[in-house]
Design a protein around this ligand. Sequence first.
Ligand SMILES: Cc1ncc(C[n+]2csc(CCOP(=O)(O)OP(=O)(O)O)c2C)c(N)n1
Ligand SMILES: [Mg+2]
Length: 283
Amino acid sequence: MADTKETVKELERIASRCRRSVIRMVRSSGAGHMGGAMSCMDIVAALYFHAMNVDPAYPNKPDRDRFVLSAGHKCMAQYAALAERGFFDFSELDTYGKLNTKLPGHPDMHKLPGVEANTGALGHGLSISVGMSLGLKRSHPGARVFAVMGDGELPEGSNWEAASAASHYGLDNLTVFVDDNGLQISGRTVDIMNMEPVGARFAAFGWATKDIDGNDMSEVVEALEKLPIERGRPTAVIAHTVKGKGLSFAEGKVSCHYWKPKEDELLQAERELDEAVKRGGAA
Ligand SMILES: Cc1ncc(C[n+]2csc(CCOP(=O)(O)OP(=O)(O)O)c2C)c(N)n1
Ligand SMILES: [Mg+2]
């Protein structure tokens, strides 16, 4: 097995290639939810390439781990990772958001193998994940569920019913990453509906929690390797991230939530990520 330093480097390379694939999708469709896809990209890449038991040749194998993208608008991150992992040909990326595509603007489990749930209406992914975790505990002990949520969807009340159920049933096969980029659709999350301190809220609902820098691959890997944090409890990893991560002109800006770039911006994005891929490091 490769040592941790090598593993981290390789995952950084994969995440950079995935970020480049996100821009490929934006070029083909003309627009997309770029900011949130970029902020969670390191987590999603590490899940698909370092943590999850999934097999592109047998996407429905019953004992597989499940990935639920609760914040479905970040789907370009999942599509990029699925392509990289071999679930479909890279050429499909050029159909993103087009009529009859397998890659619509929010993920569709009936269209794309590897997608486990239809998401996009925020605040439902955690409930779905809790149901999956409970079922898997009984049918396939050992199978795990990983959910990625946005910080902007935390105010949805359904999350907190699901959070209660997860600890009540001792779902230590469930891990949630909150992609805490501090922004949602129209501004700062703390201004629109303040859910801080996020970790303490999950802890109050009986979860084991950990805060990490979600754009630092070594911290993401370390968190993944220590799961569950506590036997008998679900885990919430509060991943502090940067919206638009990897693009100098987009990082931390609310305007990159749904990005409809002009040609010169697109060219700059392609240039910056091509350089990151060529360097063979993090974006
Ligand atoms: C129930 C629901 N309400 C509103 C929306 C519209 N919407 C799409 S993305 C978004 C902001 C989400 O913010 P966050 O989860 O933090 O995602 P990110 O910052 O990563 O883009 C909103 C309000 C939605 N998709 N679903
Ligand atoms: Mg956010």
